[in-house]
Design a protein around this ligand. Structure first.
Ligand SMILES: C[S@@+](CC[C@H](N)C(=O)[O-])C[C@H]1O[C@@H](n2cnc3c(N)ncnc32)[C@H](O)[C@@H]1O
Length: 206
């Protein structure tokens, strides 16, 4: 098991108990995402955590493949889906770096790109997994904009297990550049007031 999987396994129960930081912002992100769904949509969410978002989107699409590196997160997610009576979400354990799967109408990467060692490569992969005309929806902590001061202390925090083992620092402008370099067209960008995370909808051209 990788140190990343171990770290996320360790905090899964605590993560599941955390309330949504801002309900209104979360609801708006759900609504903006759903504008790109049809009842036939095939959706991939990588880094799905405890599955809350995949479960809420499930009634609006045909199927969601929800993946995560942490089995402990997925155990909670599967229980939540069963409790909600949702049967069109498949939860699978996978490191996004090595995930091999097909193409999707909508790909979701929520609170995950800054937790990957090579976000640019992950975005290229997300591009390959988005069908032409489909969209990649991301919500990403752009740490270089608002939390740049964490960069020098990050290695120590990682050593003590306080920060996750992998943390990438980039700005919203850099993230938009990564998306465009991969071939996406950024259609929508929103940073809620005071938020570290930037919400982006990027389309793979036909
Ligand atoms: C901050 S949580 C976000 C969870 C969920 N997307 C959300 O918005 O609540 C990050 C998730 O990414 C997962 N993760 C971290 N590195 C990963 C990787 N390389 N591949 C797949 N999942 C990963 C963690 O296990 C964790 O569940």
């Amino acid at each position: 098991m990788t140190s990343t999987a171990r770290w996320w396994n360790r905090i899964a129960q605590k993560y599941a108990r955390q309330p949504i930081a801002d309900e209104a912002v979360y609801e708006r992100k759900l609504a903006l995402t759903r504008e790109h769904f049809t009842p036939d949509s095939e959706v991939l969410e990588f880094g799905c955590g405890t599955g809350g978002t995949a479960i809420l989107h499930a009634p609006h699409v045909r199927h969601v493949l929800a993946t995560d590196i942490s089995e402990e997160m997925l155990i909670i997610a599967r229980d939540k889906a069963a409790e909600a009576g949702v049967s069109n979400v498949s939860f699978e354990r996978a490191d996004f770096d090595t995930l091999e799967t097909g193409t999707f109408d909508v790909v979701l990467g929520l609170s995950i790109l800054h937790l990957l060692a090579k976000p640019q490569e992950a975005i290229k992969k997300a591009y390959d997994m988005t069908r032409p005309g489909g969209v990649f929806v991301s919500s990403t902590a752009c740490l270089a904009d608002k939390m740049w001061f964490l960069r020098p202390i990050a290695p120590i925090m990682k050593l003590f297990g306080i920060f996750p083992p992998v943390l990438s620092f980039f700005s919203a402008a850099q993230l938009a550049g990564y998306l465009e370099n991969a071939g996406f067209e950024v259609e929508y960008q929103w940073r809620p007031e005071k938020a570290v995370a930037v919400f982006m909808i990027a389309r793979r051209p036909v």
